[in-house]
Design a protein around this ligand. Structure first.
Ligand code: NAP
Length: 244
């Protein structure tokens, strides 16, 4: 299983759970090497197999190198978890710069597309692969639009939802299932990038389930979509959003 952005937050929880399920795990990170290496060490200490690979998913050359290293070190790819994602400071729509839109879409959209493309090239029975699964990490923001916070981010997740639907239909006959998880408000470091590290504490209590979620709760849904237990589901979305 290759997990983009697997060193921290939802990606790290997914890497640890995947290893418990017996997957060899490629833990991709872009700039924070230490937490990625810690995830790998914990997996290895528990008897599992993992490796950390630095790559910027927004860069096509980096993505090709990432998948190549994963092929060499872990063997045949079975699952891609398209998890790497960013957001920027909470802002009104009229204050969002062109450069910011490009930065957010480069990682959240271009990055996810490039990684899915590399996965299809390996998994598709049309290309001699044995099939597999792609799990995209979208967001309930794609439904809610993130007004007054980051409409650019929400729209990038809308693009991921559309890719999930289209790619699922395109490769359904080639042994590949493509699904998405849409987390709600989850306790991770991403909210600090939005300028509000305690955002989960502010919004969590107003969710129907009365709290924010954990990365582990999202990882459970990702692992189900990755596994054969979801063998008759493709092009679907699991909302892990506390009822919203
Ligand atoms: P996080 O804790 O900030 O972790 C983000 C991860 O993505 C980090 O490992 C980071 O690598 C990696 N990353 C960022 N840019 C990258 C790039 N260009 N190339 C490769 N990796 C990159 O965030 P998170 O909350 O776990 O978010 C994970 C996913 O869930 C994202 O797609 C996010 O949009 C989505 N999501 C999160 C929430 C939430 O409330 N937390 C809600 C809905 C959806 P480094 O460690 O090297 O920085």
């Amino acid at each position: 299983m290759l997990i983009t952005g697997g060193g921290r937050g939802i990606g790290a929880a997914t890497a640890r759970l995947a290893a418990e399920h017996g997957y060899g795990v490629c833990v991709n990170y872009v700039s924070n090497r230490e937490p990625a290496e810690r995830v790998v060490k914990d997996i290895e200490d528990a008897g599992g197999k993992a490796l950390a690979v630095q790559a910027n998913v927004a860069d096509a050359n980096d993505v090709e190198r990432l998948f190549h290293i994963c092929d060499l070190e872990l063997g045949t790819l079975g699952v891609l978890v398209n998890n790497a994602g960013i957001l920027e400071k909470q802002a009104r729509f009229e204050d969002i710069s062109a450069e910011r839109i490009d930065r957010v879409f480069a990682v959240n959209v271009r990055g996810a597309f490039l990684c899915a493309r590399e996965a299809v090239r390996r998994l598709s029975t049309k290309h001699g692969g044995a099939g597999g699964a792609i799990v995209n990490v979208s967001s309930i923001a794609s439904r809610l639009g993130s007004p007054n916070e980051y409409i650019d981010y929400a729209a990038s997740k809308g693009a991921i939802d559309t890719m999930t639907i289209g790619l699922a239909a395109e490769v359904a006959g080639e042994g590949i299932r493509v699904n998405a998880v849409r987390p709600g408000i989850i306790e991770t470091g991403i909210h600090a990038s939005g300028g509000e590290p305690s955002r989960v504490g502010r919004i969590g209590p107003s969710m129907p389930l009365g709290r924010g979620g954990t990365a582990d709760e999202v990882a459970e849904a990702i692992l189900w979509l990755a596994s054969d237990k979801s063998s008759y589901s493709t092009g679907i979305f699991i909302d892990v959003g506390g009822g919203r």
